[in-house]
Design a protein around this ligand. Structure first.
Ligand SMILES: Nc1nc2c(ncn2[C@@H]2O[C@H](COP(=O)(O)OP(=O)(O)OP(=O)(O)O)[C@@H](O)[C@H]2O)c(=O)[nH]1
Ligand SMILES: [Mg+2]
Length: 213
């Protein structure tokens, strides 16, 4: 569908660690952006596309690939990307789903330098209860988030718009206003520039307002 974004160079990215525990993640005052969403929604693929390096975050056609918290320092440590396991996918075993959701819950509540969670929503699907529940939980925990509708290349523009509108309608049953939202394709790079510009704008605001931790 939409044209490829070509405006930016690849970003410098450095793998930091994979861990099941947030308390093993380094404590630092670097703004961190976490990619969270249902298994298979395209978190790891989008991280790779943002950075411009295939294989930085491990991806797979079968859900449940990412099983740990993975941290990557971006732009020589100016900011951090966190790739997390997915939630709510019926075909991932119940035990794994439970452990992923504990890991995600602790991460979002305890990670002091977390600037924002990008909650990825599969742009091909009708509203999914697991996503609405997760967003409600983030709200109760007062964790800031933005929405990212993924896999835009897989559906026509009108289907994507229809799915987004349905999602927004369901979302507004719990909320008073919409968060910032994006549409992306990890295949074509559509949406990459806007997402990066948004991250940069938050980094700038945070630099002006002082330490996160
Ligand atoms: N066509 C298309 N395929 C995508 C896109 N994003 C991800 N995929 C595919 O979707 C599958 C899952 O992608 P991942 O990035 O591993 O998804 P994930 O959300 O990290 O999944 P888990 O780690 O299992 O929770 C892979 O086969 C990807 O190639 C996209 O924007 N377009
Ligand atoms: Mg993954």
């Amino acid at each position: 569908m939409a044209q490829e974004d070509r405006g930016r160079l690849n970003l410098h990215a450095e793998f930091v660690l994979s861990s099941p525990r947030v308390d093993e993640c380094p404590e630092w005052d670097i703004p961190e952006y976490a990619f969270i969403g249902r298994s298979n929604v395209g978190k790891s693929s989008l991280i790779n596309k943002l950075v411009g390096r295939k294989g930085l975050a491990k991806t797979s056609g079968s859900p449940g690939k990412t099983q740990l918290i993975n941290l990557f320092k971006i732009d020589r440590g100016t900011w951090v990307l966190a790739d997390l396991p997915g939630y709510g996918y019926a075909k991932v075993s119940k035990v794994m789903r439970g452990s992923f959701s504990t890991m995600i819950g602790r991460y979002v509540r305890e990670r002091k330098n977390l600037a924002l969670v990008f909650v990825l929503i599969d742009g091909r699907l009708d509203p999914q209860q697991a996503d609405l529940d997760f967003l409600k939980q983030l709200g109760l925990w007062e964790v800031p988030f933005a929405l990212v509708f993924t896999k835009a290349d897989k559906v026509s523009g009108s289907v994507l718009m229809k799915n987004r509108a349905a999602f927004e309608k369901a979302f507004m049953e719990d909320w008073d206003e919409l968060p910032p939202w994006f549409q992306t394709s990890a295949q074509t790079g559509y949406g990459r520039d806007k997402l990066l510009a948004y991250i940069e704008s938050i980094n700038l605001q945070l630099r002006e307002s002082g330490p996160l931790t």
